[in-house]
Design a protein. Structure first.
Length: 227
């Protein structure tokens, strides 16, 4: 007799334990954050730093299209798989409709794929959360996707092991019409407090601004904001 995997079965309390375990994997990941500012959105995290390791090989900040990027916390292999899917879908949309995909449309693609893995026996949920930032004709967006596939939009938000402290700081210091410079300073300040390791080359910051393409700040640019 075939017995379905308990991984896709609700508990009597209505919980999906595998999804909760996946969320725990996210909580163990490096702090990642996003900030909406006056002219765009910032995504930031920290690069792994270890002797003999090339830090850029462990990519956590991803460009999906010219106007959309994401940052991940949790299992980076899962993140890479979902980002590859998102990139393909974004290009298909651009070729089909001759226009860039909107940010929420892209977020739904990622969220739907994540949610699908919570439904079937033999599949495990993705152990990663994303912050998806971008600009489209409807405005500036920062969207969180968690391991259940749920999507939330924020003005400023953090995921990963330092999320509790980071989000507490956001509630105190984020304000509308924040400048790009102030957003970078806030991101650097939060990451320096939430991550134990400190160094001049571990903070990874990406900026998406109106009228400009996705770009990751160089080490010299980030170093100016380190104290």
């Amino acid at each position: 007799m075939y017995l379905s995997s308990p991984f896709a079965v609700f508990s009597p309390e209505g919980r999906l334990f595998q999804v909760e375990y996946a969320k725990e994997a996210v909580k163990r990941g490096s702090t990642a954050l996003g900030i909406v500012f006056k002219d765009g959105v910032l995504l930031a995290t920290v690069k792994p730093k270890a002797p003999l390791m090339v830090s850029s090989s462990a990519e956590k900040t991803f460009q999906i299209d010219d106007h959309i990027g994401s940052v991940a916390a949790g299992l980076l292999a899962d993140a890479r798989s979902l980002v590859n899917l998102a990139r393909v879908k974004a290009q298909i949309h651009r070729i089909t409709y001759d226009e860039p995909i909107d940010v929420w449309g892209l977020a739904h693609i990622i969220g739907d794929r994540i949610q699908l893995s919570t439904m079937y026996a033999g599949l495990r949920p993705f152990g990663v959360s994303f912050l998806i930032g971008g600009i489209d004709k409807t405005g500036i967006h920062l969207i969180e996707s968690d391991p259940s596939g749920m999507l939330y939009e924020w003005f400023a938000y953090a995921i990963g092991r330092g999320a509790v402290l980071a989000n507490k700081i956001f509630k105190q210091k984020w304000k509308q019409n924040l400048s790009e410079k102030d957003a970078i300073e806030l991101a650097v300040n939060i990451l320096s407090k939430t991550e134990k390791e400190k160094g001049k080359d571990i903070i990874d910051i990406a900026i998406i601004k109106k009228g400009e393409k996705f770009r990751i700040l160089g080490e010299e640019e980030v170093r100016k904001f380190l104290k």
